[in-house]
Design a binder for this molecule. Structure first.
Ligand code: ADP
Ligand code: MG
Length: 249
C-alpha cells in the first residue's frame, strides 16, 4: 500500500473482533469487521440494540482494544487514545459535567488538548457561537433541556476541530422534533469542519440524512450502502468514492 493510499484512510480495520468476558459468559460484540473510513465520510451506523454499534464505536475511538484483528488510524497519525482533541465524541445520555457551566464544559477538551485558558475560553465561545448557543454559555447543565444539553455536547465535541466525530445515539433520549434539531447541528457542523462522522442511531429519519450506511447485526457489518443519488462529494468532501466491496461483510 502506498503512502498516498494510507493518507486517504482515516481508519482501517482488518478482521476486527472484540469479545467481552471469557468462557461461557463470553460475548463477541464485534466480529470480523474489515473496512475503511475515509476523510470526510459521513456514516450512519445502524442495527438492533446489542448488535455491537457502541463496541465498534469505542474501538474506532481507540477507547477499547480488539481481541483479534487490527485497527490502525493512518489519517490521524496513530491511535487517538491518550491524545485529547483528536476525536470528538457525543454520547447518548447526559455527558456534561454538572459543576461546570456550558462555556466551561465546551472549553474542557481544549484545556485537555493543551490550549491555555484564554485560548480555550475564546475557542469555546466560538464553538458555541457557531452552534447558535451563545445565550446558554453561563448556564449550568441542570438548567438545560435535553435537546439543549445535546446541542452543547455537539459543540463540545467540535470545539477542538477534530477530523473525526463519533456519536453514539446522540438523539436517543429526545423526541423527534428535538432530535431533528440536534441532528441538523451535528451534520452541518461536521460538514463545515470537513470532519468524518460515524453516527450510531436507531432514528431512521436521522440515519437517512447521512450519505453512507453501515448496518450491523450480531457483531457483523452486514451491509453498507451509499444513498441513491448521493454525489461522491457528499460522501466524502475529499471526493473519494466508497467502492462496492470495500467493507467485507
Ligand atoms: P449496541 O450499541 O448495538 O446496542 P453493544 O456494543 O453495546 O451494542 O453490545 C453488543 C453486545 O456486547 C451485547 O450483547 C452487549 O450485552 C455486549 N456487551 C457490551 N459491552 C459489554 C461489556 N463491557 N461486558 C460484557 N458484555 C458487553
Ligand atoms: Mg449502544
Amino acid at each position: 500500500m502506498t503512502a498516498h493510499a494510507n493518507a486517504a484512510e482515516l481508519i482501517r480495520c482488518a478482521g476486527l473482533s472484540r469479545t467481552h468476558g471469557s468462557g461461557a459468559a463470553a460475548v463477541t460484540a464485534v466480529r470480523d469487521v474489515t473496512g475503511t473510513l475515509r476523510p470526510g465520510m459521513m456514516v450512519a451506523l445502524t442495527g438492533p440494540s446489542g448488535s455491537g454499534k457502541s463496541t465498534l464505536l469505542h474501538l474506532l475511538a481507540g477507547l477499547d482494544e480488539p481481541t483479534s484483528g487490527t485497527i490502525t488510524w493512518p489519517g490521524l497519525g496513530g491511535s487517538p487514545f491518550g491524545r485529547p482533541g483528536i476525536v470528538g465524541m457525543v454520547l447518548q445520555g447526559p455527558s456534561l459535567l454538572p459543576p461546570l457551566d456550558v462555556a466551561e464544559n465546551v472549553a474542557l477538551p481544549l484545556l485537555l488538548a493543551g490550549h491555555g485558558e484564554k485560548e480555550a475560553r475564546e475557542r469555546a465561545g466560538a464553538a458555541l457561537a457557531e452552534a447558535g448557543l451563545d445565550d446558554l454559555a453561563a448556564r449550568l447543565p441542570e438548567e438545560l433541556s435535553g435537546g439543549q444539553s445535546q446541542r452543547v455536547a455537539v459543540a463540545r465535541a467540535l470545539a477542538t476541530r477534530p477530523r473525526l466525530i463519533l456519536a453514539d445515539e446522540p438523539t436517543g433520549q429526545l423526541d423527534s422534533a428535538h432530535a431533528a434539531v440536534v441532528g441538523t447541528l451535528l451534520l452541518d457542523a461536521t460538514a463545515r469542519l470537513g470532519a468524518a462522522l460515524v453516527l450510531c442511531t436507531h432514528d431512521e429519519a436521522l440515519a437517512s440524512r447521512l450519505p453512507v450506511r453501515w448496518q450491523m447485526a450480531d457483531g457483523r457489518l452486514i451491509a453498507h450502502e451509499v444513498a441513491a443519488g448521493a454525489a461522491a462529494d457528499a460522501v466524502t468532501r475529499q471526493g473519494s468514492i466508497v467502492v462496492e466491496g470495500e467493507l467485507s461483510c
